[in-house]
Design a protein around this ligand. Structure first.
Ligand code: URP
Ligand code: ZN
Ligand code: ZN
Length: 497
């Protein structure tokens, strides 16, 4: 009789396409068999997990994570290292992360940026990982490096329409899109109109309006909506796929949906902060509003149903954390460090933008679904948190699937539905290197019971907790996107360029 490394019995297996009661056998880091429930009960294996009817899903793929980045989005340096960020990820059911290799304006080479990011990650990760290039200076020599990036397993990059240190003009965006098209690289874009929001920020400052809540005032939905529409126009012109990251506004989602209806290869991402947080969190007393500052800012609770709907109706392709952690109390790099004797109210424009959420991404969303099943179906949950990010960024079917002989044995095993009493999220229970969570006190009723990475149990909630090892996580080379690409129809001949 075959002997396996691990058996997972009695689970309710959920993939992006199917739900069913199956047993799973794992060997040599891969899914080896999926068999009807009960049929592997007598099979030999080194370890057996009884899932007791809990959901068994492909491990989460979080495709938007900032670790060990220099100050780019305000003052601070992000607080999670590759070690602490990926540790937090596996405790929340995420087995693969795609972080950023950040180019600053004066970095002349993406290859050296990639190399130094590899050095930070290598032997330090609890999850498998890859990098997007974060591109801030598209000089001709930088654009010439795109073919080599592809050879090195990098098939995506992110650009910005805002942030002084990162913002590209439309002509620069077109240069990037054209070169990305020629090299089958997927472009991610941060769509906020940097000129409008700088203008608004200056106006607010002139009036002495410095507090955290004015961060939201400076970035109304129109700022995102205009930039989203412009980004869509630029990608249509070049006829190349684009993903709009961290979409927060129903009006931006409408532009995306229209573009998709016209057949453009336009993809979109949203994040838990746009489902669970509101701009009123930025008004919390004693400067605690700073803990919720991210860009785009959280909107209102009246917007949340539209964001859920945009996940259900395929407008949003993926749901990522945009984990971008800064301590609250840290005199140099923390969010509260912008309060000085001269500016006791702080200055919102210097508060580092970004919030932590790598560990809470999956449990928050699944718990909300368990409380209200109309929010998302289970298959949709797997699609947007695992399968689609794997497809979009060239990791599928190694990641994001449970295909015998093909997929890595990356799994998250949950509790049987409706079996746990609700409890509040507490920062002290999380595993990141951040002194707060913006979700403190929010109630959840699901958490990963086990996380498995390439056949190894790395998290067991009822046992020792974190049992994964730093360094077990590996770099994963990526190919091109397997979601749709160019249309090949346009009013002008882009091939001629
Ligand atoms: O506020 C945010 N989202 N910070 C992270 C940087 C980014 O733009 O994704
Ligand atoms: Zn961004
Ligand atoms: Zn981000």
């Amino acid at each position: 009789m075959a002997s396996f490394d691990l058996l997972i019995l009695n689970g309710l297996v959920v993939t992006a396409s199917d739900i069913g009661h199956y047993d799973i056998a794992i060997k040599d880091e891969k899914i080896a068999l999926l068999a009807p429930k009960g049929s592997l009960a007598e099979t030999q294996a080194k370890k057996v997990i009884d899932a007791e009817g809990g959901y068994v899903m492909p491990g989460g793929v979080d495709a938007h994570v900032h670790l060990e980045e220099p100050p780019l989005f305000g003052k601070g340096r992000s607080s999670d290292t590759y070690e602490t960020g990926t540790r937090s990820a596996i405790c929340g059911g995420t087995t693969t992360v795609i972080t950023f290799a950040p180019q600053s304006k004066n970095d002349p080479s993406l290859l050296s940026v990639l190399e130094s990011t590899h050095q930070k990650a290598q032997n330090n990760c609890y999850t498998d990982y890859s990098f997007h290039i974060l591109l801030s200076n598209p000089s001709p020599s930088v654009l010439n490096e795109f073919p080599t990036l592809r050879q090195k397993g990098i098939s995506s990059l992110k650009i910005y329409m805002t942030y002084e240190a990162l913002q590209l003009r439309d002509n620069e965006i077109l240069d990037v899109l054209l070169t990305a098209r020629q090299n089958s690289i997927t472009t991610m874009i941060h769509a906020e109109n940097g000129d409008i929001l700088s203008w608004m920020t200056n106006k607010l400052e002139e009036k002495g309006l410095f507090e955290p809540k004015y961060h939201a005032t400076s970035r109304p939905q129109l700022v995102e909506t205009e930039a989203t529409n412009r980004a869509i126009t630029l990608s249509e012109l070049i006829d190349t796929p684009m993903l709009i990251v961290h979409v927060s506004s129903p009006s931006a989602a409408e532009h995306i949906r229209n573009a998709q209806t016209r057949g453009l290869p336009l993809y979109a991402e949203t994040c838990p902060q746009y489902l669970f947080l509101t701009r009123s969190h930025l008004s919390l007393p004693s400067f605690h509003g700073a803990k919720h500052i991210c860009s785009p800012p959280p909107r209102t609770s009246a917007d949340h149903p539209q964001i859920w709907l945009s996940l259900r109706n395929h407008t949003f392709t993926i749901l990522s954390s945009d984990h971008c952690p800064f301590h609250y109390f840290d005199t140099e790099n923390g969010k509260s460090s912008v309060r000085t004797p001269e500016y006791p109210l702080g200055r919102f424009k210097y508060i580092p933008n970004g919030i932590p959420g790598i560990e809470t991404r999956l449990p928050l969303v699944l718990s909300a679904m368990e409380k209200d099943s109309k929010k998302l179906s289970l298959t949709k949950f797997v699609e947007v948190t695992s399968t689609n990010p794997a497809k979009l960024y060239g990791l599928y079917p190694r990641k994001g699937a449970l295909l015998p002989g093909i997929s890595d044995a990356d799994l998250v095993i949950w509790y049987p539905p409706n079996t746990l009493e609700e409890w509040p999220i507490r920062n002290e229970d999380l595993h990141h290197n951040v002194d707060y969570t913006p979700y403190e006190g929010m109630m959840v009723c699901q958490w990963p019971r086990w996380t498995v990475l390439r056949g190894k149990v790395v998290w067991e909630r009822e046992g020792e907790g974190l049992v994964g090892e730093k360094g077990w996580g590996r770099f994963v080379e990526r190919g091109e996107s397997t979601l749709g690409g160019r249309r090949g129809v346009g009013e002008w001949d882009v091939e001629a360029f």
